[in-house]
Ligand binder design. Structure first.
Ligand code: NAD
Length: 274
């Protein structure tokens, strides 16, 4: 593992985030683009990564196996699917590579498997790599602690583009977890993810979730603390995927100097030290 300009492999390089990540790595002097991995058998094998991402020819061709580039890479950045990410963790454990995981929608069982790799792989795992969202999580913790159990109803509302396959978003769930932890509540017990028909009045300890899927919305999250007479809303709006990609590249630079363990963006940004 190296600390200077880690050589990065982008897994899922043909995806929405993958293409943006090519752009972000190219703009970052502290990281080197070394490989891009597409789905096995994809017609994009051999395509130039720069042309794929619309940033001009880079002279690096897409491949469909990590094994073929194992000696050329230090850190993987993975924005794919839970099953692919878990397979890539096994690869990292076997070959001593670090990984930045942006994939969302992991089940509890998949998260347990991911945690199992924390003994063998340096990994940063965050459902949202944006610096602004991670700061927002800190603000939410402060707000929840300050408002406490003083009769504020908490609702999390999120909106994303029509192609997103998991709901609520990983970021919305993380926001719910942060607020729940600050209030000594368990999100599994107090989270309400569906209201339809005669669902009765709201319970005071509920943390409600609402999901919007429409058009090309990159990602919007609002946490509402509402009581009689006032409402506080803390909102983050992403206007471009570059915010996630820049955060992921920053995480890749950071994790290349770390020992094994599961880290979050708080660690990368030093937010817990403030
Ligand atoms: P996408 O569908 O556009 O891209 C996923 C890509 O992975 C596809 O191109 C697919 O072909 C590829 N893929 C599938 N199997 C593969 C394999 N075995 N090897 C290599 N590539 C493979 O999706 P997206 O919008 O780019 O999002 C990807 C993931 O990232 C989702 O889980 C999404 O929720 C998450 N996401 C996270 C953040 C964050 O900040 N953490 C931000 C945006 C999106």
């Amino acid at each position: 593992m190296t600390t200077a300009a880690p050589r990065i492999a982008i897994v899922g390089v043909a995806g929405r985030m993958g293409r943006t990540l090519v752009n972000a790595v190219c703009q970052d002097d502290g990281a080197t683009l070394a490989a891009g991995i597409v789905e096995p058998g994809s017609s994009l094998v051999g395509a130039d990564l720069g042309e794929l991402a619309g940033v001009g020819r880079l002279g690096i061709s897409a491949v469909d196996s990590l094994a073929s580039v194992v000696d050329d890479i230090d850190v993987l950045i993975d924005f794919t699917t839970p099953a692919v990410t878990l397979a890539n963790l096994a690869f990292c454990a076997e070959h001593g590579k670090g990984i930045v995981i942006g994939t969302t929608g992991l089940s509890d069982a998949e998260l347990e498997k991911l945690d199992g790799y924390a003994q063998r792989v340096p990994m940063v795992f965050a459902p949202n790599m944006s610096v602004g969202v991670n700061l927002t999580l800190k603000l939410l913790e402060t707000a929840a602690r300050a408002l406490g159990d003083e009769g504020y109803d908490i609702e999390v509302i999120e909106a994303h583009h029509r192609h997103k396959v998991d709901a609520p978003s990983g970021t919305a769930l993380r926001m719910g977890e942060v607020v729940a932890a600050a209030l000594d509540r368990n999100l599994k017990e107090h989270g309400v993810f569906e209201r339809v028909g005669q669902c009765g009045p709201r319970q005071a300890s509920e943390i409600g979730f609402a999901t919007v899927r429409a058009g090309d919305i990159v990602g919007e999250h609002t946490v509402m603390f509402a009581t009689e007479g006032e409402r506080i809303e803390i909102t983050h709006k992403a206007s471009s995927r570059m915010t996630f990609a820049r955060g992921a590249v920053r995480a890749a630079r950071w994790v290349s100097g770390q020992g094994v363990g599961r880290y979050g963006m708080n660690d990368v940004l030093g937010l817990d030290e403030q």
